[in-house]
Design a protein around this ligand. Structure first.
Ligand code: GAR
Length: 199
């Protein structure tokens, strides 16, 4: 079985690109069936479109309130029948009803539970930590609080800026994210095959 991935992203999309590239190999076990954003026209959606992947956008400003935005985004995701939803630089917090409806994982540029939120790299640098890293975790109703699936440590080097540190973190982040997706896909394949053989 090929796992159906829906990827949400708000930014430059280098993480989404890594998933698109990996999923081009049939042995990866998953394909990106859609990419969605809260920021129409962001580079991430251009990358998806260039790869021939359908995109959808739900800008928060288009809705009367956050509940309406969440409901619309949730239906847009559900319309693509995902097995797994990936947050790949998606910078908005989703409602509990959204995160509980899908199997969903996030990649975050710190060693959680340190430095949750939208400024993890700058926060780690400002705090003076000598080691930071990346965490891939399941998404729950909190901000970067879900169960941790995988982590990689990244050293902070003398003279680092937010940009140099982010680049070093992202070098570690992509293989960790891809490995975690692979593992989850393998798990799904085993479960579904087992269920099918028993039916
Ligand atoms: C990634 O490094 C990801 O960890 C981070 O945004 C970056 C997206 O980069 N996510 C968060 O900070 C979530 N709190 P990209 O747009 O190049 O994929």
């Amino acid at each position: 079985m090929t796992v159906r991935l829906v990827v949400l992203a708000s930014g430059s999309g280098s993480t989404l690109q890594a998933v698109l590239d990996a999923a081009a190999d049939p042995d990866f076990g998953a394909r990106v069936v859609a990419a969605g954003t809260d920021r129409p026209g962001c580079p991430a959606m251009r990358r998806a479109a260039e790869a021939g992947v359908p995109t959808f956008a739900a800008p928060l400003a288009d809705y009367a309130d956050r509940a309406g935005w969440n409901a619309a985004l949730t239906e847009a995701i559900a319309g693509h029948r995902p097995d797994l939803v990936l947050l790949a630089g998606f910078m908005r917090v989703l409602a509990p009803a959204t995160v509980s409806r899908f199997e969903m994982i996030n990649t975050h540029p710190s060693l959680l539970p340190s430095f949750p939120g939208g400024h993890a790299v700058a926060d780690a640098l400002a705090h003076g930590v000598k080691i930071t890293g990346v965490t891939v975790h399941r998404v729950d109703a909190g901000v970067d609080t879900g169960p941790i699936l995988a982590q990689a440590a990244v050293p902070v080097c003398p003279g680092d800026t937010v940009d140099t540190l982010r680049q070093r973190i992202q070098l570690a982040e992509k293989p960790l994210f891809l490995d975690t997706i692979r593992q989850l896909c393998l798990g799904r394949g085993v479960t579904e095959d087992h269920e099918e053989s028993n039916s």
